[in-house]
Every structure is written in C-alpha cells, then in structure tokens.
Design a protein around this ligand. Sequence first.
Ligand code: BMP
Length: 236
Amino acid sequence: MKNISELLDRGRKINSRLILAIDLHSFENDLYGEIDLLMSKLKKYVVAIKIGLPTIISLGVDKLRELLHNYSEYYFIADMKIADVGHINRILCRYASYMGFDAVISHSIIGFEGGLKEVVEEIHGNGGAVFALCSMTHPGAQDIYNKNFELMLNISIKAGVDGFVLPATQPDYINKTRRVVGNSKVIISPGVIFQGAKIGTAISYGADFEIIGRAIYKAKDPVKVAEEYRSVLGWD
Ligand code: BMP
C-alpha cells in the first residue's frame, strides 16, 4: 500500500485533482477489458481511482489484483464503505491490501473502539491510508447521517485517519472540516455532475480532490471529458 503523501505527490506531478470512481459491473460484457482500457487511457488526467463494491464483486479479487498490479502508477482507493465490527473490518482491509489497493474508505459512524480503530491499525500496519465518511451526498443523508457529522469527525480524528470523504453536494461540510483539521488531512469529494454538484465547487470549499464516476465512464469519449475536467481541476 502507499501512504497519503504519494496521492498528493502524483496529483502535483500530473497537475490534477481528479479522482475517477469506477462502479462498473456486468455479467455479460468484457468488464476487465473495459476497465483496462479506461485505466490505460486516463493516466495523464486521473490521479487516483476509487473502485466500488459493484466492480470488486463483479470482477473478483484475483482479476482486480492483476489489473491494479498492471497500473501501479495510479493511487487506488477501495470503496468498500467498511462499517462492521473490528475483526471483520480487519479482514476487509487485508483483502484491500491483497488486491493492491493503497487506501480504503470506512464509515466512521461505527465508532472508535472495535470499529474504526481496527481499520486504521490494519491499514497503517500495511503502509496505506484511510478515508473516513463523515457526511454523505444523497438527500436521505440529512435524515440521520449528516446530523451526526461533528461526532463522526471527532471519532475520525481520534482514530488518526488520513483523510475524509465529504459531499460536493453539501460543501459546507468541507470547509467546516478544513477549519478543524487545517492541511493535515486530505479531503476527497464525490457528488459531482451526475449528483448535481458543479465541477470545481468542492475544491473551492477546500477539498483536495473531486471524485467523478459516471460523468466519465459513461461518456462517449471518456478521454475527452477527463481532459476537460482536469483542466478545471488543476493545481495552479
Ligand atoms: P458518480 O460520480 O457516478 O455519481 O459516483 C460517485 C461515487 O462516489 C460513487 O462511487 C459513490 O459510491 C461515491 N459516494 C457518493 O456518491 N456519495 C457519498 O456520500 C460517498 C461516496 O463514496
């Protein structure tokens, strides 16, 4: 696994704050080939690739491991949204590491002891990074989840996470977090384009990277749109 500074270093190196989310899944199509093509074509624009459970389950552990191994220039984030008890969380983290991921995303609503603490111990033990969710993008997140934002933020800080996943659709959570953690943590932000947030908004509120999925991988020409998005999401 690679630590969080390698994510920032690659971002600066290719002058991009763009993270690609891949949630492609399929029983019929050549999923491996489709993802392989995306990865081979987007190296100049995409800093990191966040891969979700639909893809992990569809492709399987060993095929995914082979793919990640072939594209080791990217920073890979396993989006398994870990939210279980400690010993199960540890197993998921070991799988993430085995597959070649550099970082994992975990819920923080599970709390510290016997929850997030084990995620951080396991991943840091492997040299990788942990991103904690403290608020989410979808409307229903207001019902319970986002009402507990501050509690979750404090639990995550106590656990020693390396960064946060915070909603571009509700960017106030981004600047609230930035005010608390300064530049000591990395903020990555989904909800861009398909879920309604304008590209560049999360960055203007203090995020380090924006996460874009369907707007790239469902595009007719993913390379063209990734190039366009990167031109908005540069470092300079
Ligand atoms: P898209 O750009 O296609 O909407 O994808 C957004 C990605 O971010 C998905 O992989 C989703 O699981 C993730 N995500 C989200 O949409 N909202 C959150 O609050 C947290 C997420 O991880």
